[in-house]
Design a protein around this ligand. Structure first.
Ligand code: SIN
Ligand code: FE
Length: 296
């Protein structure tokens, strides 16, 4: 079964990152995000300087990582072998993307205000197609985002992407909404063993406490990716994000897969469920309704 583009995309005819956008546009954008659509701004490009264009090469990766990652709160840059002035330049490019993405969401979702917490900024210079990975790390399979070592404890994951490839589109598949995904996969997930979540934290396997919410999200992530029948049969749409396009979505709600593409930026934001316009539209509340109890 096929989803149509207009069922998953909310087109935005904007060419500026900082707005101001009309209150109507902002309300519509926030609603679209919270109902599981992707905001799609085909003309919102992230400009690279002549000098920065040399970074459009996988050679700036460290050989182990698939992304260069930057954390604006600490200034830490990882995933690259660059040193000295070159490293500073790479860092300032990622910092600039972080600033742009934050400006965009603050202007489009003014209600989120300072609750919008920037997480990792990533630059993705490796081609996705044909990259060898284990099934669990294989993002060419439909999944919702959940991180084994980074418990979200119910907080939302909102991500902004920009394709900076000079020629090629970034190809995604987008599948059914989280409530449908959860109804399908949650019944097969056993609750965590008593004490196991605390043990993970004690052994420092995870940063912070893995809640029952995280346990279910990881279970859904893994079961979706492992289920070949689901991957081919689930309702889905294939989307091509052209060079110079920017898009954003809640990747803990929208099932997505990145099939091919090279050279993109991505900014992750975390948002407490209580800061949403409608907290009921969160994976946390959806799972709690299914479980009949509090999960985080
Ligand atoms: C993902 O979040 O699964 C990957 C998205 C991308 O790199 O385009
Ligand atoms: Fe993902």
């Amino acid at each position: 079964m096929q989803l149509r583009d207009h069922e998953v995309l909310e087109p935005l005819g904007i060419a500026s990152w900082e707005g101001p956008f009309s209150p109507e546009m902002a309300a519509q954008a926030t609603d679209a995000l919270e109902t599981g659509k992707l905001l799609y701004a085909p003309q919102l490009s992230f400009e690279l300087s002549e000098a920065e264009r040399r970074f459009l090469s996988p050679d700036y990766l460290d050989g182990k990582s698939k992304n260069v990652s930057f954390r604006s709160s600490s200034g830490v840059l990882v995933g690259t072998g660059c040193r000295g002035a070159e490293r500073d330049e790479l860092l300032s490019m990622l910092q600039r993307y972080c600033t742009r993405a934050l400006q965009l969401l603050k202007a489009l979702c003014p209600g989120y205000g300072d609750n919008l917490q920037p997480g990792f900024t990533s630059f993705r210079p490796a081609e996705i197609a044909g990259r060898p990975t284990s099934w669990r790390h294989d993002d060419t399979r439909l999944h919702v985002d959940a991180f084994p070592s980074r418990p979200m404890q119910g907080r939302r994951i909102l991500r902004v992407f920009t394709n900076v490839n000079p020629q090629a589109p970034r190809i995604w598949r987008v599948g059914e909404a989280f409530d449908q995904v959860a109804a399908k996969f949650v019944p097969g997930i056993r609750p965590p063993f008593p004490g196991s979540l605390r043990l993970l934290q004690k052994l420092r396997i995870v940063k912070g406490r893995r809640t029952e919410y995280d346990h279910f999200m990881l279970g859904i992530h893994d079961r979706m990716k492992a289920d070949q029948g689901y991957q081919s049969q689930a309702v889905q749409a294939q989307l091509a994000f052209p060079p110079g396009a920017t898009w954003a979505c809640y990747t803990d709600w929208v099932s997505h897969a990145a099939l091919s593409g090279q050279f993109a930026f991505e900014q992750t934001f975390e948002l407490p469920v209580a800061a949403m316009k409608d907290p009921e539209r969160s994976p946390l509340r959806t799972l709690e309704r299914l479980a009949g109890r509090t999960l985080a």
